[in-house]
Write a protein that binds this ligand. Structure first.
Ligand SMILES: NC(=O)c1ccc[n+]([C@@H]2O[C@H](COP(=O)([O-])OP(=O)(O)OC[C@H]3O[C@@H](n4cnc5c(N)ncnc54)[C@H](OP(=O)(O)O)[C@@H]3O)[C@@H](O)[C@H]2O)c1
Length: 340
């Protein structure tokens, strides 16, 4: 793999690119590596020709389970309740953007209907799916292979085919890591607020990025302690979280989210400093109360929209081999989410 196989202007070290998505040497024994289905980082096709075509990923038409020429490939999102998902907007835009004959639909699927849905997924067959709450873990038993990232997180959010084999992958890790790497951030300490599904992806991502000290805290201390034990990291009592001053503070709680949590912050703003980078996974509003406090303290903020954007880019790449142009996608999302 060439060292500079990524877009010009980015200074991503090779070790980081490998560290995120592929197992460390010796770690992958007996597991299937995400590298097998190509890494986002290793695959940017800027060597010439179409810059948005992912090299090395089988073209959709080469996959035997997909419909033949002239047929529209079916993708969608499963979850329950689905509420308002941005994923149909993103992926249908992407299909139009690249002239791909495909459509993406919301498939609300209650837990008891998941087995029947997965039968239909294989027999139709559907070309791919996004997976959201409450199926991210259960669906792992319905796929043929779970990638090492999916296994590490204990959840997958993407179903895709490779040569007749149904894979479950977790693109939340890639989505989480990419904004950090884009900013050349290499924190030595990180504190993750909350310990649900997004926290698990964040912890796996931070560990793979080589962050030396990762800690987790949660309003339910016992849950944080259990997560810390599972991942071999530190847990910090919720009541003492502000005494732990990390270089990177990651919010994975819903506090700050539009609605009843909007005015709330999971971390006291008055103890933030310009030395603390705040990464708030909440993406609506664009800047949460916590993010605003971090900005007021002179710190750097990574908005949750960035993670959402890059997990979607990675899903689309896995399905189509194409890389959604991030600036265009960011504009689309900004318009959809924050237009007043
Ligand atoms: N930007 C993105 O792409 C992206 C991706 C995934 C998730 N997210 C966001 O991340 C957030 C968490 O998602 P998730 O899937 O991890 O949810 P989850 O599995 O339900 O976990 C939520 C965590 O927040 C804690 N929490 C809930 N209400 C709280 C409160 N009032 N005060 C303090 N802690 C509270 C929970 O603690 P308990 O276990 O004690 O209830 C749990 O640890 C959501 O806002 C979601 O929108 C963003």
């Amino acid at each position: 793999m060439p060292l500079l196989d990524h877009p010009p202007g980015k200074t991503l070290p090779f070790s980081l690119r490998r560290g995120i998505i592929s197992p460390a040497p010796g770690e992958g024994d007996g597991k299937v590596s995400s590298e097998t289905i190509e890494s986002f980082w290793g695959g940017w096709g800027f060597g010439g020709g179409d810059p948005f075509l992912q090299k090395g990923v089988p073209s959709p038409d080469s996959r035997p389970l997909l419909p033949g020429a002239g047929m529209t490939r079916q993708y969608g999102i499963i979850g329950y309740p689905l509420g308002h998902s941005l994923s149909p907007l993103v992926h249908n835009w992407g299909f139009r953007r690249f002239g791909i004959p495909a459509e993406y639909t919301a498939w609300p699927t209650p837990p008891e209907d998941l087995p029947a849905f997965m039968d239909r997924f294989r027999s139709t067959p559907f070309a791919g799916a996004s997976v959201t709450i409450p199926h991210k873990t259960t669906v792992m038993t319905f796929v043929d292979v779970v990638t090492d990232l999916g296994q590490a997180v204990g959840a997958v959010n993407t179903l895709c085919w490779r040569d007749g084999v149904l894979w479950g992958e977790n693109t939340d890790v890639e989505g989480f890591c990419r904004p950090l790497v884009n900013r050349d951030l290499a924190p030595g300490t990180a504190l993750v607020l909350g310990c649900g599904g997004a926290a698990r992806a964040a912890v796996v991502g931070l560990t793979r990025l080589g962050v030396a000290h990762v800690a987790v805290t949660s309003r339910t201390d016992a849950k944080a302690e259990a997560l810390a034990r599972e991942f071999g990291i530190e847990s910090v009592p919720w009541a003492a979280r502000e005494t732990y001053q990390p270089e990177l503070l990651v919010n994975t709680t819903p506090l700050g989210m539009h609605g009843r949590f909007e005015d709330l912050s999971p971390y006291p703003g008055e103890v933030l400093t310009s030395a603390i980078v705040v990464y708030d996974l909440v993406y609506n509003p664009y800047h949460t109360v916590l993010a605003k406090a971090a900005l007021a303290a002179g710190g750097l903020v990574i908005p949750g929209l960035e993670m959402f954007l890059y997990q979607a880019v990675e899903q689309f790449r896995l399905w189509t081999g194409r890389i959604l142009p991030e600036e265009e996608l960011r504009s689309l999302l900004m318009e959809a989410l924050y237009r007043t």
